[in-house]
Design a protein around this ligand. Structure first.
Ligand SMILES: NC(=O)c1ccc[n+]([C@@H]2O[C@H](COP(=O)([O-])OP(=O)(O)OC[C@H]3O[C@@H](n4cnc5c(N)ncnc54)[C@H](O)[C@@H]3O)[C@@H](O)[C@H]2O)c1
Length: 247
């Protein structure tokens, strides 16, 4: 796989799965822009790592649920890099609760980040991709959007929404040679897992048929494939990367 000369934008790429995706795309020669709500030592280390590869790297601190920010950030990337080839919508949160205890804030914030946040960036980049007649969009969803998860009705609803969103986008954008796909991870070893009770982590491990919890790099490898020319005839697909947890 080779992404030399390409320009990618990855959301929520300061840590976890997003950072692994960023690293993989950079290793394949892709220039990087990334958005995150946090700005800390991880951000600066990431920029240094990418620049050490001789690539351009630009960071934007923002909450992906902010519609205006998405528009401004996309315009800044276009003026600095000249184009964008790849959008990876990854930023996500979980605020788990059974439905009879879920607050309006838990519902709204998860929908705002995990569903509206993805819309914001696709809406901002779609006119450019359409004009270029070229572009790859990869949305990170979850197997819990496919099967529903106890205690995660807000998260499952947002992630299921992303699956419908991905398929509709594939239909709207296909005639402009734009591929739109989603990756649905099972449980992956990141900070997000720290919010999950130990018993649920053990149960997830037992659900996998490969008897392993996935790594962020497992997801990054699938995303890199979907960003490359190797997947040029694949669109509207939801690829599970879950060690068989769903089956
Ligand atoms: N870890 C898992 O088991 C798992 C499983 C399935 C799907 N996912 C999905 O993968 C994606 C990444 O998850 P992760 O495990 O790496 O999470 P993480 O918590 O480790 O990292 C999330 C990153 O997104 C950033 N972020 C959070 N809210 C943001 C916002 N409003 N705007 C911008 N940036 C924001 C965080 O600062 C962080 O850098 C999410 O969409 C998540 O739902 C994760």
């Amino acid at each position: 796989m080779n992404l030399k000369g390409k320009v990618a934008l990855i959301t929520g790429a300061n840590a976890g799965i997003g950072n692994a995706i960023l690293t993989k795309l950079a290793e394949l020669g892709c220039n990087i822009s990334f958005v995150d709500i946090a700005h800390n030592e991880l951000t600066e280390n990431t920029i240094k790592r990418v620049e050490a590869l001789g690539l351009k790297c630009r960071f934007f601190q923002s909450d992906v649920s902010n519609f205006q920010d998405a528009e401004i950030i996309i315009q800044k990337i276009i003026s600095e890099f000249g184009k964008i080839d790849i959008l990876v919508n990854n930023a996500g949160i979980n605020k788990d609760s059974v439905i009879w205890k879920m607050t309006e804030e838990q519902w709204d914030s998860v929908i705002d980040v995990n569903l509206k946040g993805y819309f914001n960036y696709v809406r901002a980049v779609a006119p450019l991709f359409k004009d270029q007649c070229n572009g790859k969009i990869v949305n990170i969803t979850s197997i819990n959007g496919l099967r529903g998860k106890f205690g995660q009705s807000n998260y499952s609803a947002a992630k299921a929404g992303i699956i419908g969103f991905t398929k509709a986008l594939a239909k709207e954008l296909g005639k402009y040679s734009i591929n739109v796909n989603a990756v649905a991870p099972g449980m992956i070893n990141t900070d997000m897992m720290k919010n999950i009770p130990e018993a649920a982590r053990t149960a997830a491990l037992q659900e996998t048929v490969l008897n392993r919890i996935g790594s962020p790099e497992d997801i990054a490898n699938a995303v890199a494939f979907l960003c490359s020319d190797l997947s040029k005839h694949i669109t509207g697909e939801i690829i599970k990367v879950d060690g068989g947890q769903y089956i």
